[in-house]
Design a protein around this ligand. Structure first.
Ligand SMILES: C=C(O[C@@H]1C=C(C(=O)O)C=C[C@H]1O)C(=O)O
Length: 361
């Protein structure tokens, strides 16, 4: 290295070393304090949850509001999610269930939300994720609920309807699909495999570039990657993490038809989440099949000055053209306006279920 360059860098690196030493000492103070929090929780409610999503959200937002840079806001979030993950792990290791195998977008969403100091429980399908959490084998689950190109993930909606689990959080992820094979080329490839959602999100691109390939459905994109790793005739569509996990080479990155393709995931668990100051409430409603019923159902939301951020319908399977409506409103169910809205909605609805209130991402 150039001598002058070395001479200029050395003092700066010494400063960084000294700062890191301070950070390390502070991290250990924080970790010890979190252990004490764990002891207090244990003493008051040994079976109670260690995870407090509202506290984690408030703490990160507060730091972001104090942040003057140049450390980025995204940096604050990702660094503190990992710090919290380690500290939480010293209280008790969180077990997170999601649609696997390794390298799935659900895994990525789970790790972004809860950090890497968790125990991963990859499951074969969404039903298994719900079962794992309902039975207490896992603390929480991470499931996709909607995609910006393809709309609702219907199996998740159906499971939410029938499950006792609460929605405890949300996480939105940019979904960049890659085409991947063993060799990194398409030589000898006869089939492209992915989850039906991913095949749908990439259909125009596939039609343009590989119209001759047969398209096969897999239970997840990461599962398609696992199959491609065993079969040289199969190309998989999955995220970059799956290529790494299954030792595949990317033939083409970012092949989804919409470059802004995003998926929103929900955290499901057994516990209610306290207010964080910026929350959302998810609920399911059904109305009788008559003129004006949907308008009447939604009227209390507008009247109480509550914002609705999502409205999704799903057939009720009665054969009568009846629907369940999945509604997200802004605010926590303990906020007065939201509380009043929920009371009104319950009076009008043929079916009413609050899925939970949780911090807005
Ligand atoms: C330390 C706590 O437990 C967990 C860890 C947190 C942290 O490290 O800051 C925050 C919330 C909880 O998920 C707490 O409840 O304050």
């Amino acid at each position: 290295m150039d001598k002058n360059l070395q001479a200029s860098l050395t003092p700066l690196r010494e400063v960084i070393d000294a700062i890191d030493k301070e950070i390390l000492s502070l991290l250990n103070q924080r970790a010890r304090t979190a252990q004490q929090v764990g002891e207090v929780k244990e003493a008051f409610d040994a079976a109670g949850p260690v995870l407090k999503p509202e506290r984690e959200a408030t703490l990160i937002r507060h730091l972001q509001s104090l942040n003057q840079g140049p450390f980025t806001q995204e940096g604050i979030e990702s660094v503190w999610r990992e710090i919290i993950s380690v500290c939480r792990g010293l209280e008790r290791t969180l077990i997170v269930a999601y649609l696997g195998p390794q390298g799935s977008f659900s895994e990525q969403a789970a790790l972004e939300q809860f950090g890497h100091s968790v125990q991963k429980m990859p499951c074969a399908n969404f039903d298994e994720v719900f079962r794992a959490v309902e039975s207490g084998q896992a603390d929480i689950g991470m499931v996709p609920v909607e995609n910006s190109t393809e709309g609702a993930v219907s199996r998740t909606l159906d499971l939410l309807l029938n499950s006792s689990l609460k929605v405890m959080g949300e996480r939105s992820l940019s979904i960049q699909h890659c085409l991947m094979t063993q060799s990194g080329t398409m030589d000898g490839i006869t089939t492209v495999m992915a989850h039906p959602q991913a095949l749908a999100q990439c259909q125009a691109w596939l039609g343009r570039h590989y119209p001759q390939l047969s398209r096969d459905a897999a239970s997840s994109n990461a599962e398609a990657a696992r199959v491609a790793a065993e079969n040289a005739k199969v190309a998989a569509i999955a995220g970059a993490a799956a290529a790494e996990a299954w030792n595949l080479k990317v033939v083409a990155p970012g092949i989804q038809d919409d470059p802004h393709n995003r998926t929103r995931f929900l955290v499901v668990g057994a516990d209610d989440v306290a207010p964080s100051g910026h929350d959302k409430t998810s609920l399911i409603l059904a109305v009788p099949n008559r003129a004006g019923a949907v308008y009447d159902m939604l009227e209390p939301i507008a009247r109480n000055g509550v914002s609705m951020s999502r409205l999704e319908s799903r057939p009720a399977r009665t054969g009568q053209w009846e629907y369940y409506f999945y509604v997200d409103i802004l605010g926590h169910q303990s906020d007065p306006a939201v509380k009043a809205t929920l009371v009104d909605l319950k009076k009008r609805a043929a079916f009413f279920k609050v899925l939970g209130s949780y911090p807005v991402q």
